[in-house]
Design a protein around this ligand. Structure first.
Ligand code: NAG
Length: 342
């Protein structure tokens, strides 16, 4: 007859089974600890990223060995030493210099299987010559969220302590613009807004240039900043939004990708989106008629968050190492132009 297996016998068996499992787990943990002496993490091998040419300059910055440690990536070495091409774990090429032919791709010397990274923070409207770059790059570094190495122009992060004091406001809206052309959507919108809203225009376009150190204190005195992108593209949100508006402590009025894109980066109540209004006149009326409590709500994020500008190319290139273990090795952008200009 089969042992029904209930009562004390069954309970005992369960106990013995559980004790065995715990013992095995303890042994496994001991083995794990033993393989890392003193509990110190096993050092990871350094990843070497060769920057073929530094963006926009012939003089690359000094790149001491701990450059990426400052950005939280200690196992990353950035170099511009082209003699390391054969040994680099990845090579990154900034697009502008390829476009102007100031720098050339070392295609003949490329080691088999070496990942190459295409890097650019410019919008598709200002990016040319992609047609001849198909089938070369494995990974893309850009502000687009679907990039292999996603490097936005900025982000919000928690800040310790109280919010910094809000700058005193004396003006309605400011706009800094250097490239001003009637065919631009942002200029058309400005033309429609101007009759209904006091907008002070700074920058070369209006022969009121601002020195680098003067820009933020100047625009901070305004309630709103026109964070109008020069062209409208997927995910293209630049320092006009992050720096000139949010970091300055003024409320951005944005013209750019759809509201949902901005909401992926900042709280929905932290900006005014021009798409939410039927006309420039209606937008102007909203901005002018806003009371102080409503205005303050646009800046409420400052109580717990601060802007971190991500404008340093060193940090962007170090980000390649952070993503390195997770990126597909067999991927190639056969149609880079199709991907970026889509
Ligand atoms: C301020 O404006 C908001 C939204 O327009 C409104 O709900 C609120 O009652 C106003 N507050 C005062 C004090 O007028």
């Amino acid at each position: 007859m089969k042992n029904p297996g209930h009562g004390p016998t069954r309970r005992l068996r369960a106990w013995v089974g559980a004790a065995g499992a715990i013992l095995l787990m303890a042994l496994w943990l001991l083995w794990l600890l033993g393989s890392a002496p003193g509990g110190v993490p096993v050092p990871q091998p350094k990843i070497t990223v060769l920057v073929w040419h530094w963006p926009f300059t012939d003089r690359s910055p000094e790149l001491p060995g701990d450059t990426c440690t400052r950005y939280g990536m200690p196992y990353c070495r950035l170099t511009t030493d082209r003699s390391l091409l054969a040994r680099a774990d990845a090579v990154v090429f900034h697009h502008r210099e390829l476009q102007t032919q100031r720098s050339r791709l070392p295609l003949a010397q490329r080691p088999r299987g070496q990942p190459w990274v295409w890097a650019s923070m410019e919008s598709p409207s200002h990016t040319h010559g992609l047609g001849r770059l198909g089938g070369i790059f494995n990974w893309v570094l850009s502000y687009r969220r679907d990039s292999d190495i996603f490097t936005p122009y900025g982000r919000l992060e928690p800040h310790p302590g109280p919010a910094p004091p809000l700058p005193v406001k004396s003006g309605m809206a400011a706009w800094v613009v250097s490239n001003f052309q009637e065919r631009q959507q942002r200029v058309r919108l400005y033309r429609q807004l101007a009759p209904h809203l006091q907008v002070d225009v700074f920058g070369r376009a209006n022969r009121r240039p601002l020195c680098a150190a003067c820009l933020l204190p100047t625009v901070a005195r305004y309630r709103f900043y026109l964070a109008f992108e020069n062209s409208l593209h997927q995910d293209y949100i630049t320092e006009k939004f992050w720096r000139n508006a949010l970091a300055a402590g003024t409320v951005p009025v944005v013209l750019g990708p759809p509201r949902a894109t901005y909401e992926a980066f900042v709280p929905p109540g932290a900006f005014v989106h021009v798409d939410d209004f039927r006309s420039a006149r209606e937008l102007a009326a909203f901005l002018r008629g806003m009371n102080e409590s409503r205005y303050g709500s646009f800046l409420a994020w400052r109580d717990r968050l601060q802007v971190r500008l991500l404008s340093d190319w060193r940090e962007r290139f170090c980000a390649i190492c952070a993503r390195y273990p997770h990126l597909p090795r067999d991927q190639v952008y056969e149609d880079l132009e199709g991907w970026f200009q889509a």
